[in-house]
Design a protein. Structure first.
Lengths: 231, 295
């Protein structure tokens, strides 16, 4: 463990702090950072590439932790639109709620949200694991391609609309399912995956059998001549 | 883009800080709207008998105008700030507004009512807030807007808030696609419009419904069926304000509520400077749901 360094947005500009975190010099052995007074600023901790730990004390704005690789980011507050957008690896843990498009297009790593995520959570996700301990808003999992979206609460309208191969595990109820999204039968792999995610998210009040599995009916994959009049 | 903000103070002791808090909110929303800015302040301090008319002088000289109206109307007081004038008088809207329109065609009426005062200008929000000395304003609630112009020109006429009825105003983040049709319908019903802006149509629509004695909640619910497009609205009256997001909810909004105030803004950073905001109940208004605060 290296020593913890405090960085304050009241004293330093966003660009300066991001630049610093994006270019960590490992030789001086600092790997833990605390960010103070984030004031809802956008793009905090975007583009981190190293295995460092960042603890943000407050609410953040849009695209926090975007494109993240390896870094572990904890947010003690709420996050705005596009949290962890296009993230590649690492972990983002939000202790409050998140706004729309959480984990959009993200390829890998894990996002944990202790509260709710609003609309379009996991839109076009491409391999990330997203764990939402609360509920999600409408159009979540829209065109989601791979990875896993685990929701402990309910889901808004059109869950998994036009979904590809992302798997959604939902403990609550969806207001409605989107086009081509259906409930599916669980297999051993699913049970193992849910157990792993519950462990990662430190979720103790729910068990595997609380969840239902949703995924693609794969009817939109190929052109259907019966739909010709729709084009 | 565009940034919208609203602040409702629950405690009278805070009323003298309204302008100070709101100026910080508008300043923080400059990034969402650098083209123009405006704000509406609700303040019931003046005598309830009188009307307040917020006027933008444009190129008219204030001295000549002041002398003229003081000659023609009784018990008149005038507050002159930057290129705006707030006239306080017992003269009825019908009489006063038609007088202005007849004799001072260059002057535009920004809004009127018993408690509302509206100011708007083209330019950077930070400078506009300074020019109008917003920090010094007091009142119970206020609404503001920073504009990134999309569908009509960068002019005072194209700036928010839009006021289309007594003590009413509207700010809008988004764009409407059926405003031309709706404008034609409202003109047939007797509404007047000063600009080609989509938000002015939405404001006119809301005023029309309110004048039919519909509640704000019912009026905004009807917006969901009659207005086509993207929007987050903050609609103000002398009683308070209401918030509505369309059902697709692409346009952001966040609310912070505690025992002292309710703050609404496009982004959290607009309210990061407010006292105890981190300890407030912070949430996003749900799509298609009307939220109201006030007396």
């Amino acid at each position: 463990m290296g020593k913890i360094e405090d960085l304050d947005f009241k004293k330093n500009s966003l660009r300066k702090i991001n630049n610093f975190l994006q270019n960590i010099n490992y030789k001086n052995n600092k790997r833990d950072f605390i960010l103070k007074n984030p004031k809802g600023l956008h793009a905090i901790c975007a583009g981190l590439t190293e295995n460092i730990s960042v603890n943000i004390k407050g609410h953040v704005g849009y695209y926090c932790g975007g494109m993240n690789q390896k870094a572990h980011i904890t947010i003690n507050g709420n996050a705005g639109t596009g949290l962890g957008e296009n993230m590649m690896s690492g972990l983002i843990h939000v202790k409050g709620n998140t706004s729309q498009s959480t984990g959009a297009t993200a390829h890998g790593g894990t996002i944990i949200v202790d509260g709710d995520a609003s609309s379009r959570c996991g839109i076009s996700m491409k391999g990330i694991d997203i764990i939402i301990k609360g509920s999600v808003g409408h159009m979540s999992g829209f065109m989601a391609q791979s990875g896993t979206l685990l929701i402990c609460g309910d889901a808004g309208e059109a869950l998994g609309d036009s979904i590809y191969e992302t798997v959604i595990y939902l403990a609550g109820k969806p207001k409605s399912l989107g086009v081509d999204c259906i409930e599916k039968k669980m297999n051993k792999k699913d049970i193992k995956k849910i157990e792993d995610l519950l462990k990662t998210g430190k979720i103790k009040n729910l068990k595997v059998n609380n969840f239902k599995k949703f995924g693609s009916q794969r009817k939109l994959y190929n052109f259907n001549i019966d739909n010709i009049s729709d084009y | 883009m565009c940034g919208i903000v609203g602040l409702y103070l629950k405690k009278k002791t805070l009323h003298n800080k309204l302008g100070f808090y709101l100026s910080g909110m508008l300043d923080n929303m400059s990034s969402r709207g650098p083209d123009s800015a405006g704000f509406a302040i609700y303040n019931n301090k003046e005598s309830k008998k009188n009307y307040k008319y917020s006027l933008c002088l444009n190129k008219t000289l204030s001295r000549g105008f002041e002398q003229d109206i003081k000659k023609n109307f009784k018990d008149i007081t005038v507050k002159n700030i930057s290129d705006h004038i707030v006239v306080c008088t017992s003269a009825t809207p019908k009489k006063f507004i038609s007088y202005i329109q007849r004799n001072f065609s260059e002057i535009s009426l920004v809004g009127y009512g018993r408690s509302i005062e509206i100011f708007k200008q083209v330019g950077n929000p930070k400078e506009i807030v300074k020019k109008f000395k917003l920090e010094k304003f007091s009142g119970s609630h206020a609404i503001g807007h920073t504009r990134m112009a999309t569908e009509s020109a960068i002019t005072v006429d194209g700036s928010h808030p839009y006021s289309t009825g007594e003590d009413e105003c509207l700010v809008h983040n988004g764009s409407l696609s059926n405003h031309n049709n709706l404008r034609r319908q409202l003109i047939k019903q007797g509404k007047n419009f000063d600009s080609l802006n989509d938000t002015e149509v939405a404001a006119g629509y809301i005023s029309q419904k309110l004048s039919e004695n519909k509640s704000m909640k019912k009026t905004l619910t009807e917006c969901l069926t009659d207005l086509d497009g993207f929007y987050t609205f903050i609609a103000g009256t002398n009683k308070g304000f209401a918030v509505l997001r369309d059902e697709i909810a692409c346009k952001p909004a966040v609310i912070a509520e505690n025992n002292d105030y309710v703050a609404v803004a496009s982004e959290f950073q607009a309210m990061a400077h407010l006292p105890y905001v981190n300890k407030s109940n912070i949430y996003e208004p749900k799509p298609g749901v009307v939220y109201t605060w006030g007396k």
